[in-house]
Design a protein around this ligand. Structure first.
Ligand code: SF4
Ligand code: SF4
Length: 363
């Protein structure tokens, strides 16, 4: 995060051929120095990253994470990572891998797929409007040189082949189990089915797309706004509560409360094109497909098609509702949604979606 960027991605052609970069096509990225949204997080660090961080800050706190990883804790009450001061990272030259590659992340399922987090305000969402069914933009990404360089470095260092073999074994086990009970469908066929006929959200999707519940402010989703800063949102009774969060943790200013909406907001033509582009983009994400397969492995109550349809409908409803609520917060019209409001909704939705479990793992 927080750096100069903007050159074309020279590494676009030179990463490992086993790593799919097709989802990065068309994006341009320029980090916003006043943002720091991605630092309201608890990055995982390897032992060697921890050593480098301790050389800069010998008293830095760490917590045990999964396997060999440790975690940089965030400050209490939804605050930022311990290393952030006045929106600047104090350990920037040795920042951990997830920070150095953000907004790029790599999903390891049965293939390695580079993906991009659209909640990052430094990512221009215009390419979503250029998706046509299965085909998205094909031009190289701009401004992601450093992030892709770090991905390439780490890709050679971590046991990626072993992770991919594990992902393949999981997929094979699921395939044979579902083939026996008659519910298997190849991922490519599943994608094609929905690219040609995107589902439309229904009334019950609106109810599901209400504000998130969470006991702890630290678990709430956040978005960034140029005037309000980092804003968390949650349920307050039946209403939506928005609250700016300080770097040190805790609220900044009064919460803003809005009544829920009872009809799915309509879409202006440009807004519709962008939202449909988002769904086409999501369909190509291994994250989404592996989420559905992961869920299918634990239930006999829904088919794979039904699960993918439910995910797409819920994404579409959440992006509309969150976009409408954010438009209200900014004193803008919330129905029908214009393109800016849909962008806000997509940004306020995307990182939640990427936190869901799949059959794979994140590099
Ligand atoms: S969220 Fe994106 S724009 Fe904001 S600081 Fe992080 S990388 Fe930069
Ligand atoms: S280590 Fe630095 S870049 Fe990473 S989350 Fe903390 S402050 Fe942000």
């Amino acid at each position: 995060m927080t750096r100069e960027s903007g050159e074309g991605s020279r590494r676009w052609e030179s990463l490992d051929p086993a790593l799919s970069l097709s989802l990065l096509a068309g994006w341009s990225f320029l980090c916003r120095p006043d943002c720091a949204l991605c630092c309201f997080a608890t990055p995982a660090v390897t032992p060697s990253e921890m050593d480098r961080l301790l050389r800069i800050e010998p008293a830095a706190p760490f917590e045990r994470g999964e396997a060999e990883f440790s975690i940089v804790p965030a400050r209490p009450r939804g605050g930022a990572c311990h290393f952030l001061t006045q929106l600047r990272c104090r350990v920037h030259p040795v920042r951990p891998f997830p920070c150095a590659t953000y907004p790029v992340m790599v999903h390891l399922g049965s293939q390695a797929q580079a993906d991009i987090v659209l909640s990052c305000p430094g990512v221009d969402l215009a390419p979503l409007s250029r998706w046509e069914g299965v085909r998205g933009p094909s031009d190289p990404p701009m401004g992601l040189d450093q992030e892709l360089g770090r991905v390439a470095e780490e890709y050679g260092r971590r046991p990626v082949r072993a992770y991919l073999a594990e992902g393949k074994r999981r997929e094979d086990r699921l395939r044979s189990r579902m083939q026996r009970r008659g519910g298997w469908i190849e991922p490519a066929d599943l994608r094609e089915l929905f690219h040609s006929d995107l589902p439309v959200p229904e009334k019950e999707d609106l109810q599901e797309a209400g504000p998130p519940d969470a006991d702890s402010i630290a678990d709430l989703p956040l978005f960034w706004d140029s005037t309000l800063g980092r804003v968390a949102f949650r349920r307050r009774g039946s209403a939506w509560e928005f609250q700016a969060i300080r770097e040190e943790g805790g609220p900044q200013g009064l919460p803003r409360i809005f009544e829920p909406i009872h009809e799915l907001p309509g879409l202006e033509p440009e807004a519709r094109r962008m939202l449909e582009g988002y769904l086409h983009f999501c369909l190509e994400r291994d994250f989404l497909i592996w989420m559905a397969y992961s869920e299918a492995s634990g239930t006999r109550d829904a088919s794979l098609e039904e699960l993918v349809e439910a995910i797409l409908r819920s994404l579409s409803a959440e992006a509309r509702v969150r976009g409408a609520m954010r438009a209200r917060l900014l004193g803008r019209r919330s129905d029908p949604l214009d393109r800016a409001a849909v962008e806000w909704g997509i940004r306020a939705t995307d990182s939640d979606f990427l936190d869901q479990g799949t059959l794979g793992r994140v590099l």
